[in-house]
Structures are given as C-alpha cells and as structure tokens.
Design a protein around this ligand. Structure first.
Ligand code: CO
Length: 134
C-alpha cells in the first residue's frame, strides 16, 4: 500500500547552487545535506506537505506531451509547486533571471493558473508553478 510520495530525486551538477535555488528562490524548508557513502552520493532534502502524482497524456494525440512521448517514450515530466501569488512569484523569479515557457500564466488543470519555468533555468527539470482558484 502506497501511503505517501516520500521524495523526488533530481540529479544536479552543482549541489550548493541547487540548494540555494530551492531554499532562497523557491522558499522551501531545507533539512540539511547528508552524504550517503554507500551510494556514493551527497543528498539534500526539502520536505513538503501533501502532494499529488499527475499523469499527463496527450489530448487527442496532440500537444507538448505528444512530442515528449515521441522523443522519450514516457518519464518524469515536471514538478509543480503551488503558489499563493503566482504573479508575484513569476516577477520575483524573472528578476533573478529565470526564463519561462510563456509570458503569462494560463489556465491549467483544476482551473489553476499555471506557468512553466524553462528547464534550462533548472538543471534540465521542467517546473510548473500553479495557483488554485480562490
Ligand atoms: Co502539472
């Protein structure tokens, strides 16, 4: 029985830089780093409250997921962070040099306003920000 999404692991070329991103840019709580010699890795954890797994599939065989599937055949597609003020967060991150896939948030699943950060701004990971309707 699956009881929780325990963690999502992202391979990063520069650990300190990525810790700064999640701590300062995204404002997550940082629980410290831990070297795991047995796995020959350094890890850093940022716990988050409740989350969901989203399965994404092309609608009518079209759209960006169709292209993704054609190239990769499936896989981890994006992380989504919930925002309580997406316009402010987008402005703040743009100020820090983050690129986005669109100029403005658009309407996504659950009627949320959503926008995607360009993967090149986040070590190759596609990150979505969303703000649920009030
Ligand atoms: Co999503």
């Amino acid at each position: 029985m699956i009881v929780a999404l325990d963690h999502i692991a992202i391979a990063v070329p520069d650990l300190e830089k990525s810790i700064k991103r999640f701590l300062e840019d995204f404002g997550l709580e940082y629980k410290g780093t831990e070297d795991v010699p047995a796995a020959k890795t350094s890890t850093a954890f940022f716990p988050l409250p409740e989350t969901s797994i989203e399965l994404v599939h092309p609608l009518n065989g079209e759209g960006p997921i169709a292209g993704y599937l054609e190239k990769k055949g499936g896989g981890l597609h994006h992380l989504c962070f919930r925002s309580d003020d997406i316009d402010a967060d987008v402005a703040r991150l743009r100020e820090k040099g983050y690129r986005f896939l669109s100029d403005e948030p658009t309407i996504g699943a659950h009627n949320c306003r959503v926008i995607f950060i360009h993967p090149k701004s986040c070590d190759g990971v596609l990150i979505e920000l969303n703000q649920p309707p009030k």
